[in-house]
Design a protein around this ligand. Structure first.
Ligand code: CUA
Length: 185
């Protein structure tokens, strides 16, 4: 009787240890994934938080009308600045070159909107008061839809923009005499 009892105790201890190990491994894996995403700036919201006053973005600073769209940086990369507001994006058509490092810098003028480019893993939120930063690169030219993916009230489903990825040479020649570029009509 005691023998059986001891045997049962040994078995249950072994099983418990095995499951405890599995649970610890899952926690270590999840913590590792969170650390990896953080290091690669792939978390939402980003760990590097920049703030902005949503009530004055149209009047002064980085997100005034003339500063929206795509700009070439000294290192050859492209920075795209955009605003989401009920119920549109400015600019409504974003143009970027293929095979080039792109940094999207965007914010909201009113409520929370979504910033998602279909066919890519670009997906973040535009939160009033914060600048959302997403780094990306498009392998090939093509057209993408950019629908708002956060419910932002009655006009939500009509809120979307276009992203045109064009050949790098074409982008550079269209950009030649401009400070900012977009494909808005
Ligand atoms: Cu903006 Cu939904």
């Amino acid at each position: 009787m005691t023998d059986m009892h001891n045997q049962a105790a040994a078995v249950s201890e072994r099983v418990e240890r095995r499951w405890a190990t599995v649970a610890v491994l899952i926690i270590v894996f999840l913590a590792g994934m969170a650390a990896f995403a953080g290091i690669h700036n792939a978390t939402m919201p980003q760990t590097s938080v920049e703030t902005i006053d949503p009530t004055t973005i149209h009047l002064a600073g980085e997100f005034i009308e003339s500063n929206l769209g795509s700009a070439i940086e000294a290192d050859g990369s492209v920075t795209v600045r955009a605003i989401g507001q009920q119920y549109s994006f400015s600019p409504p058509c974003i143009v970027v070159p293929a095979a080039t490092p792109i940094t999207f810098r965007a914010t909201s003028a009113d409520v929370v909107h979504g910033f998602l480019i279909q066919g890519t893993n670009i997906n973040t939120m535009l939160v009033p008061g914060y600048i959302s930063i997403q780094k990306a690169s498009f392998a090939a030219p093509g057209d993408h839809l950019m629908p708002c993916q956060e419910f932002c009230s009655v006009g939500h489903e009509g809120m979307w923009a276009r992203v045109k990825v064009v050949d790098k040479q074409q982008f550079l020649s269209e950009m030649a005499d401009k400070r900012r570029l977009s494909c808005a009509p």
